[in-house]
Design a binder for this molecule. Structure first.
Ligand SMILES: [Zn+2]
Length: 331
């Protein structure tokens, strides 16, 4: 029997190389050129009788900024990326809105980066509409779009490149506290230049007259739609909202950006991402929510978790770690 060790593996590789060189395999390879394109990104699972479809908006990649985690040195963040088997100089940021079909209502939670981003990124992000179509979901069929908070990657897909509404028959449900803050002219005038000021301008651009006509606010601790309660998880933004979706004995915590990418911020809940508007409050919210998820063994759906972006959280030393759910071929 062949023993698998480094030497036998290397010897095997050498034999395979010789075979390719010999001609038989190379002819087969030439007959099937690589496709070079990913499959459409949607994935379904059930929460009781409710069907959830995760529909990816794509994955943004950019060089790791020096101040990405404001209370840690860049080298420590790089070590965190390396520990997750990722390129230590590139930050991978997935965007994953979800569709909820309750049987009587079809609802989208968050909208991704929008049609304009699809064009400017050459299709890397802004994929929501293309993937909805691949999943057989017509934008005109949505009854509601629920928004968790007012950052561009969550609201920009509310409108198309020509500023018309992207979901023509949907009511737009927004957290009351978040809406009040970003629509307050006093807050806008006091916002420091940079990220915050830019976000105020983007909010005012997206929430145009057509969007405002369809808008209704919702409150924390109440149902947004039957079976889905809004949970206040402030810090990332003033009115940042998560949800518990339940049906029968099943539950999922839809955490929005309570943690950003899990491979950094579930594992290190004390790290402050520069996206967090009030980092101290965001950390307190994060620790409390992660504790609850771990102790209740509740499934979590995360907007910035790697697609299909749902799984579990468990305690690990002083922190936590994510355990992604296994792919299930049946729904
Ligand atoms: Zn986000």
């Amino acid at each position: 029997m062949m023993k698998l060790n480094r030497r036998s593996l290397l010897a095997g590789a050498a034999t395979a190389g010789a075979l390719v060189g010999g001609g038989a395999i190379s002819r087969v390879r030439a007959a099937a050129p690589p496709v070079g394109k990913q499959a459409p990104g949607f994935y379904r699972y059930k929460v009781g009788s409710i069907e959830v479809t995760v529909v990816t908006d794509g994955l943004n990649q950019f060089p790791l900024p020096d101040d990405f985690v404001t209370n840690m040195k860049k080298e420590e963040v790089q070590a965190g990326l390396a520990a997750a088997y990722m390129d230590k100089n590139i930050f991978f940021n997935p965007y994953n809105p979800i569709v909820i079909n309750t049987g009587s209502k079809l609802v989208l939670v968050d909208t991704g980066t929008g049609e304009g981003a699809y064009t400017s990124s050459k299709g890397k992000i802004g994929q929501l509409q293309a993937n909805l179509s691949a999943a057989g979901l017509d934008p005109a069929a949505f009854d509601a779009v629920i928004i968790s908070h007012y950052h561009g990657d969550h609201i920009n897909g509310l409108i198309k490149a020509d500023n018309s509404v992207a979901f023509p028959n949907a009511e737009i449900l927004v957290p009351a506290g978040e809406h009040k803050y970003w629509m307050d002219d006093g807050e806008m005038s006091r916002a420091p230049k940079g990220r915050l000021e830019t976000n105020f301008k983007n909010v005012r651009r997206v929430f145009n007259a057509d969007v405002m006509k369809r808008l209704r606010t919702y409150e924390w601790d109440k149902d947004v739609i039957p079976g889905m309660v809004a949970v206040g998880t402030p810090g990332h933004s003033v009115g940042h909202t998560s949800y518990v979706l339940s049906s029968g004995a099943d539950k999922v915590f839809i955490q929005s950006d309570m943690t950003h990418v899990p491979f950094l911020f579930v594992r290190n809940p004390g790290w402050h991402a520069f996206y967090d508007q009030d980092p101290v409050m965001a950390e307190a919210t994060r620790r409390k929510s992660l504790d609850m998820l771990a102790s209740e063994r509740m499934m979590v759906q995360g907007f910035h978790f790697p697609f299909p972006s749902h799984g579990y959280v468990e305690k690990n030393g002083n922190g936590f770690r994510e355990v992604m759910a296994a792919w299930n071929p049946s729904i």
